[in-house]
Design a protein around this ligand. Structure first.
Ligand SMILES: Nc1ncnc2c1ncn2[C@@H]1O[C@H](COP(=O)(O)OP(=O)(O)OP(=O)(O)O)[C@@H](O)[C@H]1O
Ligand SMILES: Nc1nc2c(c(=O)[nH]1)N=C(CO)CN2
Length: 167
C-alpha cells in the first residue's frame, strides 16, 4: 500500500442464502485482493437467528478488521461492488440475502450522510454484530475494545441471538 497513511475499519458480513460460508470467504478474499485493502483480523463465524424479517433462514455472521489507504466512501464503494458481484438480492429490506456488507466503524469517523452513516446506526443493538466485533477488537488489542464490550454486556442478547459459533 506504499507510503499512503493507513486507516482501520471494521466490516460486518452476513449471509443466509446458498453456500453461506463460501459467500463470506469470497467477500474477504475480494477485499484482501484489493491493492489498497488488507484484512488484518477476523472473528469466528457465528450462526444467528434472523432479526427484522424473522421468517427466514438463519444467518452466518462475522466481523473483520481491515487496514486501508482508501477513504471511508471509497472503501464503502468497493464493498457495494463486491456485494453486487457476489449476487446479492435486494428485494426486501431485512430479508434474505446472499451477502450483506456493512461498514461499522472507520477510524473514529462520525458522519450522518444517509448513504454512509458512521458508526453504523444499528450496530449497538445487534448481538450478531457486537459479539464478533468485540471478539476481533479484543484479539487485535483495538483501542475501543473495552467500550464495545461494555455495550455488549448491556445488550443481553436481545436481537440476533447467537445460535452457535461455527468456526
Ligand atoms: N455504515 C453503513 N454501512 C452500510 N450501509 C449503510 C451505512 N450507512 C448507511 N448505509 C445505507 O443503508 C442503506 C441500506 O443498506 P442495506 O440494503 O444493506 O440495508 P439492510 O442490510 O437491509 O439493513 P441494515 O441497514 O439495517 O443492515 C444503503 O443504501 C446504504 O447506503
Ligand atoms: N441474524 C441476522 N439477522 C439479520 C441480518 C444479519 O446479518 N443477521 N441482516 C439483516 C439485514 O441487514 C437483517 N437481519
Amino acid at each position: 500500500m506504499g507510503s499512503k497513511p493507513l486507516f482501520y475499519a471494521y466490516i460486518a458480513l452476513g449471509s443466509n442464502m446458498g453456500d453461506r460460508e463460501r459467500f463470506l470467504q469470497d467477500a474477504i478474499r475480494q477485499l484482501d485482493t484489493h491493492e489498497e485493502i488488507a484484512v488484518s483480523g477476523r472473528s469466528g463465524i457465528y450462526e444467528t437467528e434472523p432479526v427484522g424479517v424473522v421468517d427466514q433462514d438463519p444467518f452466518l455472521n462475522m466481523v473483520i478488521e481491515v487496514e486501508t489507504s482508501l477513504s471511508a466512501q471509497a472503501l464503502f464503494d468497493v464493498m457495494v461492488r463486491i456485494e453486487l458481484e457476489l449476487g446479492r438480492t435486494r428485494e426486501l429490506r431485512w430479508g434474505p440475502r446472499t451477502l450483506d456488507l456493512d461498514l461499522l466503524l472507520y477510524q473514529d469517523t462520525v458522519q450522518d450522510d444517509p448513504f454512509l452513516i458512521l458508526p453504523h446506526p444499528r450496530m449497538l443493538e445487534r448481538a450478531f454484530v457486537m459479539v464478533p466485533l468485540v471478539e476481533v477488537m479484543q484479539e487485535r488489542g483495538a483501542e475501543q475494545a473495552a467500550f464495545m464490550a461494555a455495550h455488549l454486556e448491556q445488550l443481553d442478547g436481545k436481537e440476533g441471538v447467537i445460535l452457535w459459533k461455527k468456526i
